[in-house]
Design a binder for this molecule. Sequence first.
Ligand code: NAP
Ligand code: GLV
Length: 310
Amino acid sequence: MTVAVHLPLAEKTDWWVKVLQERLPGWTVESMSAVAKPEDVSYAVVWRPRTGDMARFPNLKAIVSIGAGIDHVLADEQLPLGVPIIRTVGADLTQRMREYVALHVLRHHRDMPRQLRAQAERDWHAIVVPVAPNRTVGVMGLGNLGAAAATTVAGLGFSARGWSRSAKTIPGVDTYAGADQFDSFLAGCDILVNLLPLTDRTAGVLNAELFARLPAGACIINCARGPHLVDDDLLAALDSGHIKQATLDVFHQEPLPADHPFWGHPAITVTPHVASQIDPLTGAGLIAANLKTFEETGTCEDLADAARGY
Ligand code: NAP
Ligand code: GLV
């Protein structure tokens, strides 16, 4: 059984080849660029593959995304149709996202950027904010990560709500579903967290129209994908004061170019796509287990739906 691995950095590819080989005794794990017999490759394990990478392998049984999102796989215009895509998810990834969302929701709630500016000016400036139950935090996307994030903010005492495609019941969270309930969901969200997958239907969802539907002074946390956000619309909404602050972990181009206005904007916090990176050793264990299960049974728990886009 041959597994071909590709990540954008060669040294990372080599690391993943080594740890997956250790966890898949009897299989052959190699870097995609070293594959001599493409017809032998049964599985591809990838992060941001290049266009045409997968089309080289005529006997591919499944593609593994080294992460929760599969948009980077579907972006390949030559992707062979019908090859199952396996996500890499799990408690570790969910826990990290819980921590990131809690940190930045509380930071916006307590207006820490303003407090830090006051400290820089040696200004004893007491900021009094509403208590959490009087603040509404909305989470877009209620999958593995969004549901955990919404439950976490509810646990902190916030008035939590969430929006997904299909209806959900999550204890402590007011849930909304589908396009019909989107405006009702947005109205009243003081802090909006985006945890949608990037699909044709969700690209550009964080735009001027959405910002206008939020209450004045709302804050945005985008920890899903950069193309969910229309950058210029956010800059305009921040400049007008309608949106107060934003935390951005993901960008159209990563790394964020040095001359991008987000870097120096006083109302934007930039983090370098670290909200929830898979722990490599845990991830390698999950991927090896999924590959073995898929090889034995022809399916596994973490299959994505390529037609749906997530
Ligand atoms: P998931 O389990 O696939 O859940 C996706 C959620 O989004 C589901 O609740 C789904 O609704 C909802 N959704 C999809 N399309 C929608 C639409 N058009 N309208 C309304 N709701 C829609 O995804 P996940 O594992 O939670 O991950 C979410 C995303 O987080 C990933 O795709 C990835 O881009 C991003 N991510 C970022 C980082 C980071 O470090 N920044 C780390 C991991 C993941 P249904 O439940 O009704 O299907
Ligand atoms: C990270 O962005 C992921 O999709 O897991």
